[in-house]
Design a protein around this ligand. Structure first.
Ligand SMILES: [Zn+2]
Length: 183
């Protein structure tokens, strides 16, 4: 049986996607968002030699969402994850996260696949600027720290006990002005 030649579909889905994106210029979380928005099947499992396929899904997802939206969604997802790991998410934040990513199982899958894109022999490392960008704290749904970087736990003998906000102050290096005001 003769092979049928099918021209690969290389045009992006969105007509306004004009600038090509390089996978290396995207952080892992940004790649996750792009994969989430792509044609990647929900139950996709990475196989040897799939690197080019991963790359084209990532480019496709970026074309669909637009680069700015990929950046924004990734920053929200990253901050939500940090808050979630510390059990500090609010109902508002969880609502916003679930509205943004309606299929959380798909998001999990996209995250593990995005991680694969940065390891292994055919991996695409993340550029330093992408890492820096993905660490911007952006919380959707309001943050209990009010953007100060510090959450008040309780006040004992006039002294406020607070903890650093995992999203707005992940390193705990921000000056705690909240204590200065309360104490
Ligand atoms: Zn915060």
């Amino acid at each position: 049986m003769p092979a049928t030649l099918i021209a690969p579909r290389t045009t992006p889905d969105s007509p306004d996607a004009v600038s090509p994106v390089s996978v290396g210029e995207l952080s892992i979380v940004e790649r996750m968002v792009a994969l989430y928005a792509s044609d990647m099947p929900n139950r996709y499992r990475f196989g040897k030699g799939d690197d080019a396929q991963l790359g084209s899904w990532i480019v496709q997802g970026v074309a669909r969402l637009g680069l700015e939206e990929v950046y924004r969604s990734a920053a929200y997802a990253q901050s939500y994850r940090l808050l979630s790991l510390a059990n500090l998410t609010t109902a508002d934040q969880t609502r916003a996260h679930s509205a943004r990513f309606t299929n959380l199982r798909r998001l999990d899958r996209a995250e593990s696949v995005a991680g694969i894109s940065s390891i292994g022999p055919d991996s695409v490392p993340v550029s330093a600027s992408a890492v820096a960008r993905s660490r911007r704290p952006m919380v959707e749904g309001g943050c209990p720290c009010g953007g100060t970087g510090w959450m008040e736990l309780q006040v004992l003998d006039g002294e406020a006990l607070s903890r650093s906000c995992p999203a707005h102050n992940p390193t705990g290096n921000l000056v705690n002005r909240r204590v200065a005001v309360t104490g």
